[in-house]
Design a protein. Sequence first.
Length: 182
Amino acid sequence: MRPLGYMYKRVAVAPQWLNAPRVADVYALSGCVSENFADYINFWRHNGHWLFDSPAIIRSLAKEHAISLEGSKLFYYEAHDLQYDDTSSKWVAFAAEPSFETNVQLPSASSLEGFDVTSFSAGTSPECSPLSCNSLAAGIITNAHCLFPTFEAAVRAIEDGGFRNSEPGPYRIIAVHSVHDA
């Protein structure tokens, strides 16, 4: 797994339309259900994975722009080294956007919460997490955070066509960690 970076999110309780009773809340990388701390792209302080290299960068931006982080949760993300190209049905390499410096500081304490699958059709920023965004968790087994419990379960769901007819890929498997050292 490769480090992608950090994000503060406002974790949402599972919406009723998700139709997945075992899901309590949504820890997805995408901001579709659980929103990011702000519309941060225009600050141009993100890294080449369109996340942040450290929690300190986010806290600095929040202070500069009077954005409250109260009630938000800090996450750290890693990605499988390959992404799944849904048009060729093959695992292929991907890289960070080279025009942005990427130097992710590893968390000193975190808990692995599970694995998300996120679409990256533009190849840059995370787009949708079909388990939550497209209600795929209604028919795919997830944990209480709407994440796969294991990496292997995420691979199996992708390769078996579980994400077909949801969001356009490629898809990346994302390890979602709650951070304790902020």
